[in-house]
Design a protein around this ligand. Sequence first.
Ligand code: ZN
Ligand code: CU
Length: 489
Amino acid sequence: MNTPQHYDLLIHGGTVIDGTRAPRFAADVGIRDGRIAAIGDLRGHSATERIDASGRIVAPGFIDSHTHDDQAVLSQSDMRFKISQGVTTVIAGNCGISVAPLRPDTPLPMPLGLLVSATDPRFGTFADYLSALRQSPSSVNVAAMVGHSTLRAVTMKELDRAATPDEIAAMQELVEEAMQAGAIGLSTGTFYPPAVKASTEEIIAVGRPLAAHQGLYATHMRDEAAHVMESLEETFQIGREIGVAVVVSHHKVQNRANFGRSRETLPFIGEAMQHQRVALDCYPYAAGSTMIRTDRGMLDGRVRITFSTPHPECAGRDLDDIAAEWGVAKDEAARRLQPGGAIYFLMDENDVQRILAFDETMIGSDGIPTGESPHPRLWGTFPRVLGHYSRDIGLFSLETAVWKMTGLTARNYGLQGRSTLKVGHHADVVVFDAATIRDTATYETPIQAAAGIDAVIVNGAVTWRNGAHSGAHKGQVITRTPSAAKEAT
Ligand code: ZN
Ligand code: CU
């Protein structure tokens, strides 16, 4: 036996799933100074604090590859809805919306209004945002992208048109500033009103500064329904022309007419992966959630209101019932409820399973941390994949499930030094019971911590233990280092 060592924290007796997709193995994990100091048989070693992980899985903390937690990490910094699921890192700034940069007088058109409220502090630069996060850390690590719709709101007077060359130049400067400050990339949401009129050429031009920093391009595509194949082609083209990796956000095929078309999209994505860097994520539910919309396609299925500014009493109710009560058509009821949020039952479960099971698909919640009736994905995504989809349905092994929320995600986003259990890595760790892990959040009762999570450790600090938050706020800002990125190319 090696010389006995002392650790800050010793997780003993557990079974390690290390996040690389390798088969599980029995080992103790020793943590010191926020890092993983040893993995192996650590009997006879001492520790300040111990966690008995007998009969439990010890895995890297999960990375939520798709979040809208930009504001929540400051204003709800305990991040209970994520830490309680085992999430230790969130990727913020998705779907074209980010909280920075914003001027004091920048309007907040939806869906930007989902993220930032009129009373939230404004950050004039991306650097200001990241430094605020460093000054008051949240309970999870954050890597953030800058949003194209935010940039449009900051630089353009009217959003219902293409950007002029001057406006594009102004947006490029803001992308460059964000990348220098430590943003990991740029996201777009051409599905949404503030960016619908942005052309492919505008996005390529605005995204040019990404290349020098090897930032990512992530997108909530223009169309995830009838024109999903054209949207994928546009996404690949943008990635090729800028010369960066692309992330197809929350991949789905929506509306009844398109059910089954993941049989077309997944081989097409797989083919593109042969020639360029492409990643995709997915949430484990057949319903989506976003701002209240009035377009036909979105209102075809069941719609449940999550919040409404003019009609707060309608939160948690079905749009059909509200429309019947008011004696108006569904789209008119939706118009009266704006601005607000809703859940849309628009997908086929078979597509959801096919996309989740696709080898390269990462797990991301797309949770929106607003209101009393959020989509249950906000609290349930990761346990739902581990419990329902991996254990109960057998969609993939537990090792694959963990990899889809750790190692794969870190590879795609270029996050170094965490996400797999390895000596020297930052100690982001989750201890859970593979037999009982389960999402408990439902559409009816969405604010519920998952079952089966014993402990969640962020940078060495026990942050969640036996259903309670410890008060630790040890999350770090994860940035890209331009010099390191340049060296790597
Ligand atoms: Zn989106
Ligand atoms: Cu999103």
